[in-house]
Design a protein around this ligand. Structure first.
Ligand SMILES: Nc1nc2c(ncn2[C@@H]2O[C@H](COP(=O)(O)OP(=O)(O)O)[C@@H](O)[C@H]2O)c(=O)[nH]1
Ligand SMILES: [Mg+2]
Length: 368
């Protein structure tokens, strides 16, 4: 007796072994059909900008007379206008740059007053968050605000007051006042904002000295590290915790190269972040003429600001793990106090942390 097969074998089963003989069949690479994004993903670090702040105008008061079915002349009922919104800068630690600041910041106008004594709505204030340590200058360059503490506010433009409606002008002698106030104009001001990182000590050194590596080794900050100059494109601040619950903030200030004061490389734009530091740590690369580096760094600093060059400093020689650097260290120690460390392997970091703490305490006493 013969049976006929009544079902079909699925193609996928058929192809499982017979076709997948890899000596003949080479799988085809799939090409992604989705086009690459054309969005510009480069992010710039903005630490200074000019803004125009325009506050809202106040709403006008209303002229109106109430008339109801049993009383045609029920008196004036024009409401007051609402107040215009302010523009306010507020310091917060959650912002690190001024990238988000628009060039014109405009608050809304207050609403007009209405009949039946309806007061116009006040406009909401616009609060722009800026990083801690933002300095605000007016158009003449005078410092008008310095936001150093969390939550500190600066009213950059005051909103106009709302005008009063004709109900306000009702008196015994004037029962039908045909007068109401216009809302006042909001202020319009120009400011320049500038961020200066808030750190106790600043790390200064030429590219590849190991500033970012050191900051990563002693704190939880994560600046990029690579063996080429300008890896770090913005200042990073790291906190070093001590066992008496004191924290010392250290800033990695990038972009300094010989000739920076003549605007070579990134120029000295980031050195202004060092102005708030109480002390400076000179980080020298032990493999590349540290004495020359120290001289050159002092020269750049003196050209930027005499005051900054006078700040307390400590000299640190990095890369002591590389052969021969110990001799360089011994040679340097003949003329100045130097701490030798290796940021990469973490050797002698304890000594450096002690020096940092001593510098911090001395400056703390000086400030008090
Ligand atoms: N051998 C050695 N290499 C280091 C040390 N510290 C940093 N480096 C290397 O130096 C290069 C530059 O470091 P980086 O931290 O980016 O320097 P920055 O430009 O000063 O921030 C990197 O390749 C690091 O791995 C160190 O203590 N020993
Ligand atoms: Mg770096």
């Amino acid at each position: 007796m013969r049976f006929t097969v009544l079902f079909r074998i699925p193609k996928t089963l058929l192809s499982s072994h017979a076709v997948r003989n890899y000596s003949e069949y080479v799988p085809k690479a799939l090409r992604s059909l989705k086009p690459k994004s054309t969005r510009n993903t480069v992010q710039y670090y903005v630490d200074s900008c000019r803004v125009r702040t325009v506050a809202g105008n106040g709403g006008d008061g209303c002229i109106s007379f109430l008339s109801v079915w049993c009383n045609d002349q029920a008196g004036p009922d024009g409401g007051d206008g609402g107040h215009g919104g302010h523009v306010i800068f507020q310091a917060t630690h959650s912002k690190k740059s001024l990238n988000h600041c628009k060039s014109v910041i405009q608050a809304k106008h207050g609403e007009k007053g209405n009949h039946k004594d309806c007061t116009g709505k006040n406009a909401a204030h616009i609060v722009v968050e800026v990083p801690l340590g933002t300095i605000i200058r007016d158009s003449s360059g005078r410092v008008v605000g310095d936001l150093q503490q969390e939550g500190t506010m600066f009213v950059a433009a005051r909103g106009g007051c709302g005008g009063r409606g004709n109900k306000f002008f009702l008196t015994d002698t004037e029962q039908a006042p045909m007068v109401a106030e216009c809302g006042a104009d909001g202020e319009s001001c120009h400011y320049s904002l500038e961020v200066r990182s808030m750190a106790h000590l600043g790390l200064i050194g030429f590219p590849n000295a190991g500033k970012s590596t050191l900051l990563r080794a002693v704190s939880r900050a994560r600046p990029a590290v690579a063996p080429y100059p300008f890896t770090t494109l913005r200042p990073h601040v790291g906190m070093i915790p001590y066992d008496d619950y004191e924290q010392v903030a250290i800033a990695d200030l990038p972009g300094l190269i010989p000739g920076s004061h003549k605007n070579y490389g990134l120029g000295i734009q980031f050195l202004k972040h060092a102005e708030r530091c109480r002390g400076l740590i000179f980080l020298l690369d032990g493999t590349n003429d540290p004495r020359g580096q120290y001289r050159s760094l002092s020269h750049e600093l003196a050209h930027y600001s005499e005051q900054l060059a006078q700040r307390p400093r400590c000299v640190v020689l990095n890369k002591t793990d590389v052969a021969g650097v110990h001799h360089v260290l011994a040679d340097l120690r003949k003329t100045m106090d130097v701490v030798g460390i290796s940021a990469k392997t973490g050797s002698n970091l304890g000594e450096l942390l002690k020096v940092i703490r001593r510098m911090y305490d001395e400056e703390d006493d000086a400030v008090d």
